[in-house]
Design a protein around this ligand. Structure first.
Ligand code: RFL
Ligand code: PHB
Length: 388
């Protein structure tokens, strides 16, 4: 098989890049290790920044998002049983975020792709990258026991943190920066109305809790748990009790419980690799960087990479210029480090991090500072809605 861009991974990064390229008349093939249903079964992000909303519209995959997505103008920080509302729209000259699940974004992009002639190979096994430092890269894979080769101009590694793209780069050509947090998030999805119309980030002395949603009737709740916690030790009743305990009283009183549609534990990690380009191989999304979910940045960074890579490939095929391809890594990393800083900061501010009483007092002082400082609130607001 021959194509212009071989895309590895059909998560949001690969699907979005594929859709932008297809709309531009640039051929691409997506190789995905899992089945379509498996990919659609993953419950992840929920907050879309303005840039992500815009690029989904540009890709022609926004009809349902524009109908069903919930536009938010603020969120709440809670600690010591108090609310601090961050009216981010007011503090950022009108910027908003949209609550719309990653699962739905993925479904919309899959449906848009199915309406085109572009090829997606699900259950592609043993995907391997070859010769990406030459002018004729190749990707090989196996499907139903048969070996296949794709000859291409470029490879887009959109295969998440554990995929083969980043791992195919020799260790001495890549620098990896990593920090693992000593806790994870236990998440629960249920068809119950959310405790508040807006997202609540709650700092409690026993650990962080987050109240989010997918719609007015579907809630997504999380609590901080130790990194070695087992999901089997968390029957639903235990989750509900602990979640309610960590909310401010006003929100706790409004909690409605119901059967879990999904429960899972995700470890928290910060990770960035440099560079993100290796000749004709481009890493995009979680294959190049991971942020802890506290800042709601992962999916938005992924969409930013897909858009940046698309613009670079458009210039290459349209005008024969490689300026944007050559600056891809620097262009992305600037944005990625700033979002990583914000995600790390939100994580350290809101989680139970340290037993050291001095550190805990500093954490309290920082939260109190935010209450009285418009500058502090504006900093949170402009990072939350996404830096330009
Ligand atoms: P994905 O979604 O992991 O997709 C990668 C795809 O590559 C496939 N793959 C392979 N394909 C072929 N061959 C192989 N050998 C392969 N190995 C892997 C995989 O099967 C998969 O389909 O990465 P992508 O596309 O870069 O997207 C990144 C986002 O998924 C991620 O950043 C976000 O979900 C992070 N995130 C959040 N981001 C936000 O912007 N806002 C949020 O509110 C938010 N909340 C979250 C989150 C992530 C969470 N978890 C589970 C870590 C909440 C949570 C709990
Ligand atoms: C979510 O809705 O899943 C969500 C919201 C905000 C975050 C992380 C996850 O910071």
């Amino acid at each position: 098989m021959n194509t212009q861009v071989a895309i590895i991974g059909s998560g949001p990064t690969g699907l979005l890049l594929g859709q932008l390229l297809t709309n531009q008349g640039i051929n691409n093939v997506i190789l995905e290790a899992k089945t379509k249903d498996y990919v659609l079964g993953r419950i992840r992000a929920g907050v879309l920044e303005q840039c992500t909303i815009d690029v989904l519209r540009e890709a022609g995959a926004s009809e349902r998002m524009d109908k069903e997505g919930l536009v938010h103008n603020g969120f709440n920080l809670c600690f010591n049983n108090r609310y601090l509302r961050i009216p981010f729209t007011q503090l950022t000259d009108g910027k908003v975020v949209m609550i719309y699940g990653q699962t739905e974004v993925t479904r919309d992009l899959m449906e848009a792709r199915e309406g085109t002639a572009a090829t997606t190979v699900y259950e592609a096994a043993n995907v391997q990258l070859h010769d990406y430092t030459s002018d004729s890269p190749r990707v090989t894979y196996e499907k139903d026991g048969e070996k296949h080769t794709i000859d291409c101009d470029f490879i887009a590694g959109c295969d998440g943190f554990h995929g083969p793209s980043r791992k195919s780069v020799p260790a001495d050509e890549i620098t990896e920066y990593e920090y693992e947090y000593p806790f994870g998030w236990l998440g629960l999805l249920a068809d119950v109305p959310p405790v508040d119309d807006e997202v609540i980030y709650s700092h409690h002395e026993d650990g962080f809790a987050l109240s989010s949603m997918r719609s007015k009737t579907r809630s997504r709740y999380y609590i901080q748990v130790p990194i070695d916690e087992k999901i089997e030790d968390w029957p639903e009743e235990r989750f509900w009790k602990e979640f309610q305990r960590r909310l401010p009283a006003e929100a706790a009183a409004k909690l409605v419980t119901g059967p879990a549609l999904e429960m899972s534990i995700a470890p928290l990690r910060s990770f960035i690799c440099e560079p993100m380009q290796f000749s004709r191989l481009f890493l995009a999304g979680d294959s190049a960087h991971i942020v802890p979910p506290t800042g709601a940045k992962g999916l938005n960074l992924a969409a930013g990479d897909a858009k940046t890579l698309f613009e670079a490939l458009k210039l290459h095929y349209g005008e024969g210029k490689d300026d944007l391809l050559n600056s891809y890594s620097d262009d992305c990393l600037d944005r990625v480090w700033k979002a990583s800083r914000f995600s790390w900061w939100m994580t350290t501010l809101f989680h139970k991090f340290s037993e050291n009483p001095f550190n805990r007092k500093i954490q309290q002082a920082e939260l109190e500072y935010l209450v009285g400082s418009k500058a502090g609130q504006t900093t949170i607001a402009e990072n939350f809605v996404g830096l330009d």
